[in-house]
Design a binder for this molecule. Structure first.
Ligand SMILES: [Cu+2]
Length: 350
């Protein structure tokens, strides 16, 4: 067992575990003589542990498409379509995936046997037609596989891109995204990102529903999607998800946020009230120098941003889209910072 593998196991914690090659059936082709491991994927806001190895590996990622009714807000349910880890329920957003540039990644996508729709995935981290979607069309109860080489470092979006669905008036890719089928995949540089104290995975997205009463399971509205008029704008899949379960940090921590904007329509103006981004890696580019000292950063639909900031003052900070009326549609989350007061930085005067 290599040293890097041992570290990976220790870092895995409760989230999952790496698995060595011999127990895995690997198809020939791109696969190299490198170590074969099973990726750790995490549910938002959790982030897979940093990659400590420095040589590319064959990485197996297992995902499962599901359709289920869940909470979109305290008042209403919604029939979501989304991705989950193998053998687990679907979540919105789908799991975060973390690989290293040069890795050969094998995606194993199952579609739950109870699904009504075919699903697939277009990974923006994939070089190849459709980002892999054409190779991953998966009927209910079936499994598809794709192997790709991660050529570019960055924080990338992934989403279902199934071109057939129940809405016959238009291509249905938007509907699959609008129902919750998306997530983020980080392709780290060799040697990984600089160590920080806290990492979080936050995905902003819009939902387009028909009107309904409190307690209703709201239905998707293609017309509102077409009009780009969302009923809900949320972080991590539900209005108030990050209010009920705030992100937590301590005074002095350096926080890194992997921020993905699923859209499907609107550009986000990401801002944390009372904080300044020390470093922003615009549009998820991790190989260019960061911008420093930013208040608000634009995150395109189908794109991402990574930001790092030190939290110096205790208290509760609001994560928002500064297209600010979206707060009323659910786009607000909390970051709670515990620790000693910092009166030299922030102090009320009477
Ligand atoms: Cu789909």
């Amino acid at each position: 067992m290599s040293t890097s593998f041992s570290r990976s196991v220790r870092n895995a914690g409760m989230i999952g575990a790496f698995v060595m090659a011999p127990c895995l059936a690997i198809n020939p082709g791109l696969v190299s003589a490198a170590e074969t491991i099973k990726a750790i994927v995490t549910t938002a806001p959790n982030v897979p542990p940093p990659i400590t190895r420095t040589v590319p590996a064959n990485v197996i990622v297992e995902l499962e498409a599901h359709e289920w009714v869940g909470k979109l807000s305290d008042d209403n349910n919604y029939k979501f379509w989304g991705f989950g880890t193998a053998g687990a329920a679907g979540t919105v957003p789908g799991p975060m995936i973390r690989v290293m540039v040069g890795d050969t990644v094998e995606i194993r996508l199952k579609n739950d046997k109870n699904s009504q729709e075919s699903h697939n995935i277009d990974f923006h981290a994939v070089t190849g037609p459709g980002g892999g979607a054409a190779m991953l069309n998966t009927e209910p109860g079936q499994e598809s596989r794709l192997r790709f080489k991660a050529l570019n470092v960055g924080l990338y979006f992934y989403h279902c891109a199934t071109a057939m669905g129940p809405t016959t008036s238009s291509p249905s890719i938007p509907e699959h995204i609008a129902n919750g089928m998306y997530g983020g995949i980080l392709v780290e540089p060799v040697g990984g990102l600089k160590k920080v104290d806290k990492e979080f995975y936050v995905v902003q997205s819009e939902f387009y529903t028909k009107p309904g009463k409190k307690g209703d399971t709201l239905e998707f509205s293609f017309e509102n999607g077409l009009a780009e008029h969302p009923s809900h704008v949320v972080f991590n899949g539900m209005a108030g998800a990050l209010v009920k379960n705030p992100l937590q940090a301590k005074v002095g921590d350096i926080v890194r946020m992997f921020y993905v904007n699923a859209g499907p329509n609107h550009v986000a103006s990401w801002h944390i009230i009372g904080e300044i981004f020390d470093r922003v890696y615009p549009e998820g580019s991790l190989t260019t120098a960061p911008l420093e000292g930013l208040q608000t950063t634009v995150v395109p639909a189908g794109g991402s941003s990574m930001a790092e900031f030190k939290v110096e003052v205790p208290g509760t900070y609001l994560n928002v889209d500064h297209s600010i009326f979206r707060i009323a549609k659910g786009a607000v989350g909390l970051l709670k910072v515990d620790g000693p007061e910092s009166p030299d930085i922030y102090k009320g005067l009477k």
